[in-house]
Design a protein around this ligand. Sequence first.
Ligand SMILES: Nc1ncnc2c1ncn2[C@@H]1O[C@H](COP(=O)(O)OP(=O)(O)OP(=O)(O)O)[C@@H](O)[C@H]1O
Ligand SMILES: [Mg+2]
Length: 227
Amino acid sequence: MALKVVNISKSYGDLKVLDGVSFEVKEGEILCIVGESGCGKTTLLKIIAGIEKADGGNISLKNGRIGFVFQDVRLLPWKTVLGNVEFVLESVGMDKSRAVKVVKLVGLEGFEDYYPKQLSGGMQQRVGIARAIAIDPDILLMDEPFANLDALTKERMQSELLKIIQDKTVIFVTHDIDEAVYLADRVVVLSQRPAKVVDVIDIDLPKPRDRVSEKFLEYKRRIYDLL
Ligand SMILES: Nc1ncnc2c1ncn2[C@@H]1O[C@H](COP(=O)(O)OP(=O)(O)OP(=O)(O)O)[C@@H](O)[C@H]1O
Ligand SMILES: [Mg+2]
């Protein structure tokens, strides 16, 4: 078990956001969390990452290092692609020469010296992913990283992501059911706010997956009905 989330609750003032959320993440799996906008997905990831404090419950994380791909990419505008990746490596005391390899891995070879404003949305997301995986995290948290991309770019990024992350342990948050069924080994379905776990579904299909196969569509329908 890579991570155990037990009975997490969280309110902001009178607004109850998370209501006893529990689930486990296995070593090397991609766990997708789906839920409606505003149900508390980002809040949950932040609690797992220790950026936000829960009111109750606990998180047990086997190994320490966490990579976080934020919903809004948050690149440093005054640093280049390479500079952004080097910056996180230096901040955790790792050798910054690793940045070159990671930038290449996410398909940005040749753009090392570009600044964020010179990149497309998809390219900026790639830098966000490079930055998160550069530190070789034990667990990678991804918060709707492809939400702002057009449909085609999004699909391309999803299939590339599977190659980039190899067998890392990943929690991938999305409200896109198609994306969840395409990427996930298991899907945690959250209710509307305050979020509770409605169901956890094993996606028992070989990868890469055929988005229009009957079984794929069955999984989508099943999740859709739960939301
Ligand atoms: N720092 C904060 N202070 C007060 N309320 C907050 C704070 N952060 C989040 N919230 C509230 O908590 C609720 C859940 O927010 P959260 O960002 O976790 O939702 P989400 O599921 O990630 O939504 P989306 O899919 O739109 O990103 C929202 O109603 C939001 O207004
Ligand atoms: Mg969010």
